[in-house]
Design a protein around this ligand. Structure first.
Ligand SMILES: [Zn+2]
Length: 212
C-alpha cells in the first residue's frame, strides 16, 4: 500500500520515485509477478505475486509512478476518490491515458474520503455506490475494487461493497495472506512508508512489518 509518489519530503503518504524504482527493481529481480488487484481473483499459480496499490488519486501517480510502470512494464492499482479535497488529484486525461496503457486498474475509495464508521448507513451507501459509478465514468471501464478510507469499516459496509458489485475490497490490515473468497472483501495490505530503507522493505515483504 502506497499513496503519493513525488519529490516532496518522504513520509507515510509519500515515496520518492527513486526509492519506488529500487523497490520495483527488487521485486522484478526476485521473480515476482505484478498483478492488478482484480487479477488476484483468478490467479492461481503458486508463483510469487504482488499488487502495488496507491490510494487517494494523487497527481504524482501520473507524474512519477506511471513512468516507472511503463519503463519496467509492470502494473499497479490506483484507488480514486473523485471528490477528495486538499490534494492535487489526477485529471480525467491522466486517468484515461493510464487506463488505456493497460498497466493500471482503477478502484474506488468513496467520493469524499469519508470515514465510513463515522457516517450513517445511508451516507455510507451513497459514498460507496457513487464512487463506483464516478470511477467508471472516468475510465470507461467497470470498476471492480474498493478501498476503505482510513481502513475503517464494519459488516454493513462489507455488504454494501458486495451489493454494489465490487469483487474485491482492500483494508489497511497488515498481513501476508493468500487470496481466497473468504477474504476477498477484507484484503490485508503491507504499508510501505516512504522512509523505509531496502532492508526494512525486505523485512516487510517477508514478515509483514519491519519493527521487531
Ligand atoms: Zn485514502
Amino acid at each position: 500500500m502506497y499513496h503519493n509518489t513525488s519529490n516532496e519530503p518522504l513520509s507515510g503518504m509519500n515515496i520518492s520515485s527513486q526509492k519506488l524504482e529500487k523497490q520495483i527493481y527488487y521485486l522484478i529481480n526476485k521473480g515476482y509477478t505484478f498483478l492488478k488487484i482484480s487479477e488476484l481473483t483468478h490467479f492461481n499459480k503458486k508463483a510469487k505475486h504482488v499488487v502495488l496499490t496507491f490510494d487517494d488519486g494523487f497527481v504524482g501517480n501520473y507524474t512519477y509512478l506511471f513512468d516507472l510502470l511503463k519503463r519496467y512494464n509492470v502494473s499497479a492499482t490506483i484507488y480514486l476518490t473523485p471528490k477528495i479535497k486538499n490534494i492535487v488529484s489526477l485529471s480525467s486525461n491522466h486517468i484515461k491515458e493510464m487506463q488505456e496503457s493497460g498497466l493500471v486498474e482503477f478502484g474506488a475509495h468513496t467520493m469524499t474520503h469519508v470515514n465510513l464508521e463515522k457516517v450513517d448507513d445511508k451516507i455510507a451507501q451513497k459514498e460507496i455506490v457513487q464512487s463506483k459509478k464516478a470511477v467508471e465514468k472516468l475510465t470507461g471501464f467497470t470498476c471492480f475494487s474498493f478501498a476503505y478510507p482510513y481502513g475503517r469499516y464494519n459488516d454493513h459496509h462489507i455488504e454494501m461493497v458486495k451489493n454494489a458489485g465490487f469483487t474485491t475490497a482492500v483494508t489497511t490490515k497488515k498481513a501476508i495472506l493468500a487470496f481466497d473468497n473468504a477474504n476477498a472483501y477484507t484484503l490485508p495490505r503491507l504499508s510501505i512508508n516512504g522512509c523505509v530503507n531496502m532492508i526494512q522493505f525486505y523485512l516487510i515483504l517477508s514478515r509483514g512489518r519491519y519493527k521487531l
